[in-house]
Design a protein around this ligand. Sequence first.
Ligand SMILES: *[C@@H]1O[C@H](CO)[C@@H](O)[C@H](O)[C@H]1NC(C)=O
Ligand SMILES: *[C@@H]1O[C@H](CO)[C@@H](O)[C@H](O)[C@H]1NC(C)=O
Ligand SMILES: *[C@@H]1O[C@H](CO)[C@@H](O)[C@H](O)[C@H]1NC(C)=O
Ligand SMILES: *[C@@H]1O[C@H](CO)[C@@H](O)[C@H](O)[C@H]1NC(C)=O
Ligand SMILES: *[C@@H]1O[C@H](CO)[C@@H](O)[C@H](O)[C@H]1NC(C)=O
Ligand SMILES: *[C@@H]1O[C@H](CO)[C@@H](O)[C@H](O)[C@H]1NC(C)=O
Length: 930
Amino acid sequence: MDYAIVLLLVFLCHEVFTVSSSKLPHLFHKHQTSSLLKFKNTLTVDTSASYLCQEPYPKTSSWNMSRDCCSWDGVICDEMTGHVIELDLSCSNLAGTIDSNSSLFQLSHLQRLDLSLNNFSNSHISPEFGKFSSLTHLDLSDSNFCGQIPSEISHLSKLQSLRLYGRLRLIAHDFKLLLQNLTQLIELDLTSINISSTIPLNFSSHLTTLRLGDTALYGIIPETIFHLPNLETLHLWENFQLSGYFPKTKWNSSTSLQKLQLSFVNFPHNLPESIGYLTSLRYLYLQNCNLRGPIPESLSKLTCIEDLYLQYNSLNGTIPSGIFSLPSLSRLVLSNNHFSGQFEDFNSNSNSLILIDLSNNQLQGHLPNSIQNLVNLTDLDLSFNNFHVDVSLFSDLKQLLYLSLSYNTIDEKEVNSTLPESLEYLLLAACEVKELAFLRSAKHLSNLDLSNNKLQGRIPDWAWSNWMSLTTLNISHNMLTSVDTIPLQIVYTIDLRSNLLQGSLPVPPNSTTFFFISYNYLSEEIPSDICNLTSLVMLDLARNNLRGEIPPCLGKITALQVLDMRHNNLSGNIPTTFSNGSSLSSLNLHGNKLEGKIPQSLANCKNLQLLDLGNNNLNGTFPVWLGALPDLLVLSLRSNKLHGPIRTSRIVNMFPELRIIDLSYNAFSGSLPSSLFQHLKAMRTIDPSMGAPRYHGDTYYEDSITVATKGFYREIVRILYLYTVIDLSSNKFRGQIPSIMGDLIAVHIMNLSHNGLQGHIPSSFGDLSSVESLDLSGNQLSGEIPQQLASLTYLSFLNLSHNHLQGCIPQGPQFHTYESNSYEGNDGLRGFPISKSCGDARVLDTNDTVSGLDDEESNSDFQSDFWKGTLMGYGSGLCIGLSIIYFMISTGKPIWLARIIIEMEHKIIMGRRKKQRRQRNYRRRNINHF
Ligand SMILES: *[C@@H]1O[C@H](CO)[C@@H](O)[C@H](O)[C@H]1NC(C)=O
Ligand SMILES: *[C@@H]1O[C@H](CO)[C@@H](O)[C@H](O)[C@H]1NC(C)=O
Ligand SMILES: *[C@@H]1O[C@H](CO)[C@@H](O)[C@H](O)[C@H]1NC(C)=O
Ligand SMILES: *[C@@H]1O[C@H](CO)[C@@H](O)[C@H](O)[C@H]1NC(C)=O
Ligand SMILES: *[C@@H]1O[C@H](CO)[C@@H](O)[C@H](O)[C@H]1NC(C)=O
Ligand SMILES: *[C@@H]1O[C@H](CO)[C@@H](O)[C@H](O)[C@H]1NC(C)=O
C-alpha cells in the first residue's frame, strides 16, 4: 500500500480520536481502515445482488483512502473512541462470501451490523459472527445466506434486534439456546427459516416484534406468547402444523399488540369477545385459520384497525355493521366464509375504506346506500353472493378500479346508471345482464368479464369504441349472434366461446395472444389474416362449422402453443409448415375431413404433448417418427384410413412419455407391434408420485380427448397425465397377443377388440395391476381365461365376448361383478355367471383385499385432488390462470370452479399490488433503518 496514503489516512482518522481509548491509536485506525478495505475487496459489486431493493446502490464503491473511514458511506464511528461501531451495507449490491478469516471480524467494536439484501451466494453464516460481543443489532436477512445458523449467534447476549429472514436452518436446540441467552431481544425476525420445532416458552419480555412466519413450527401455540407484555407485532403465518386458541381472557386494554399475522395457522374455534380488548391493533391477518362461528361484536371496538383479513375461514352469521364504521379501517377482507343475511346499512362517517372483499359468502338482499359514501374505495368484490345490485350506487366512487359483482344479480331497471370512469377491472359474470347501456361511462376498462349473461345479437359500436384500452375481454356463454370485427387495440385475451356466432371467423387485432371462439356456429373458411396474429399463444376454434383448409401460415406462428380446431368441417391436408422452434404443445384437429398423410414436419414440434387427429380421412402408414417427440403424452389417430403394419424404427427410446395411444378404427394390419411395446416407458412404470398431477412447465392448457372405456365413450379432460390408455381396437391386427403387453403395468384401459387376434390370452395380463377396463372381444382368441386375471383388483370392466374361449371362468372378487354378456359368443365357457357348475376347486383366495373402488368415484376424487394441486400451483401467473378458465368453460363450467377462477384472477391482481407494496415496504425500511 502506498505509504503516503496510509499516513494521510492515519492523519484523518486521528482527528476524531481521543487519547484515552488506546495506547496505539494510529495502529487501530489503520487497522479499521485496512480491514474495511480488505472486506470491500473480498466482495464484488453486482447490480442484481440487491434486486429486492427499491433503490439499491453500492455503498462500498466510494470507499477509499482519500476520506476518513468514519465518513464513509454506511460506516459510523464512536465519536469518543473512534471505533467503527456501525456498519450498514444493506441494499449495497454486494456479492460474494464472508468466510471465517474475513477482515470484517476484526471490527470487534461493532454494535450494529446490517448486511441485509445482498447476495452472499448461498454461503454459510460464519461462526465468527458470534464474536461481535458488543453487537446489539444484527441483520443478515434476505442476503442469500444458507445452511445452518451457527449456535455461536447465541453468544451475542447484548442483541436487541436479530433479523435473519431467509433460507436458513436453525436446529431446535439452538433455537431454545438463542432465546435463553438473548435476554435483551426487542426484535426477533426468523421468517422463512426452517426451525421445525415447537415454540419454546422463554421469550425475552422486552420483545416488541416477533416474526416466526413460515418456519415449520408445530404443536400448540403457548398462550403466553399472546401476553408478552410489550409485544406489538406477532407473525406466525404459514406454520401449517401449528394450532392454538385465542386467549379468552387476560387480554385487556393495556395490551400493546398492533399487528397480528396468523394466517395459515389452525385455530379451529370461535374468535372470543376478548379480541375487542386489542384496542391498539392496526393489522389483523387471520386468513385460512379454520376459524368458525360468528364475528364477535367486540371487533367493532378495534378503533385503530386498518387491515382486517379474515378470508378462507368458516365464519358465519351476519357481518356486524359496526365493522364498516371503524374509523381507520382501510382493507376489509371477509371472503370465502359462510356469512349470511343482509349487508346492513352502516354509519359511514369515515371513508377510510379502500378495499372491501365479501366474495363467496351467502349474503343477500340489496346493497346498503351507505356504500355510496365510501369515496376512497378502490377495490370492491361482492362476487358469489345473492345480492341484487343497483349499480347506480357506485357512480360516486371516483377512485374505484376493481369491481366484481359476478354471480349476483344486477337489477335491470337501473340500466342507465353510470359506473365510475376510473374502473379498470369490471367482472360481471353470471349477473343476468341483458343490456350493456350501463357500461357507457366505463371508458378505461382493461379487464371486462361479461361471461354467462344474457347478451343477445351484436355488441353495439359504442361499446367497442369505449373499450379501447381493454386487454382482456370475456363475453363467453351468451347469445351473441354476430361479431363482424373486433376493433380493439391492445387486447391480449378474447373469449367468445359458447355464443351463437355465425358467419366467418372475425380476426382480432394482432396483439391477441389468447383467442377462444369455440362452440359457435361459425362457417366459411378461416381467413388467412389470422396469421397476422404473430403473438398468438392459444387459438381455440373448436366446435364450429369452419370449412376449407387450415391456413398453412399458422405453422409459422412460433409462439403458438395450443391449436384447437376439433369438430369443424376442415378439409385438405394438414399444413406441412411446422418448423423447428415451434412452441406447439397441443394440436387437436379431431373430427374434421382432413386427408392426405400426417406431415412429417410435426416432428419439428419438439414440445408437442397432445396430438389428436382422430375422426378424419387421413391416409398413409403409422407415423413412427412421432416416437422421437420427447414429451408426447397423447396420440390419437382413431378413425382414419391409416393402414399397414406398425413397424418401429431403431430410435432408442420411442414415445417415452406416451400415456394415451388410440389407433382404433383404422386399417392397421400385421401382428401387434411387440417392438413398440418394448418402448413406451411411461406405460411400463408406475410412478409413485402419479397420484399428483405433473406439470410440464408453466404452459398449463386444457386438453380433452375422448376414449372408449368400459363400453362407453367419455371425454377425459385435463387428467391426461394420470390416465393411461392403449386402444388398438377395430383394426386388422392378426396373430397372437404378445405376452410383453403384460409389461404395460401402468395401463388403465386396454382395448384390443375387433381385430383378428388368435391364440391364448397371455397369462402375463395378470401383471396389468392398474388395468380397470380390458376389452378383447370380437377376436378369435382361444383356450382358457388365464387364472391370473382374477388377481386384477381394479378391473371393473371385462369384455371377452365373441371369441373362442373355453373352460372355466376364473373365480375371484372382481370376477363376481361381471355380467354374463362379458362372456357371450364363446365356444365353451362355464362357471359363474354363465352356469353354476364348474367344479369347485377354482376359487381364488378371497383374502386378497379388494379396494372395490368405483371408478367414477375414484376419478372424481382424483380430479378434485388434481384441482387442489392446480390451484396451489396457480401462482405461476397469467398463462395458468387463463388456461384454467379455458378448462372451465369447455367443460360445462361447474360453478364452484368458476368461483375459484374469478378469485384467482383477483388474487393475481392483488398479488401484483402486494408486490408493489412489498417493494414500498423495503423502501420504507431502508429509510427508517433501525
Ligand atoms: C451466553 O452468552 C455468554 C456471553 O455473553 C456466553 O459466554 C455463553 O456461552 C452464552 N451461552 C450460550 C448457551 O450460548
Ligand atoms: C354457525 O356455525 C355453527 C357451527 O360451526 C352452527 O352451530 C351455527 O348454527 C351457525 N350459525 C349460523 C347463524 O349459521
Ligand atoms: C381519502 O384518501 C385521501 C388520500 O389518501 C385522504 O386524504 C382522505 O382523508 C381520505 N378520505 C377519507 C374520508 O378518509
Ligand atoms: C335511459 O336513457 C335513455 C337515453 O339516454 C332514456 O331514453 C331512457 O328513458 C333512460 N331510462 C331510464 C330507466 O332512465
Ligand atoms: C400489428 O400491426 C401494426 C400495424 O397495424 C404493426 O405496426 C405492428 O408491428 C403489428 N404487431 C405485431 C405484433 O405484429
Ligand atoms: C393482415 O396483414 C395484411 C398484410 O400485412 C393486411 O393487408 C391485412 O389488412 C391484415 N389483416 C388484418 C385483419 O389486420
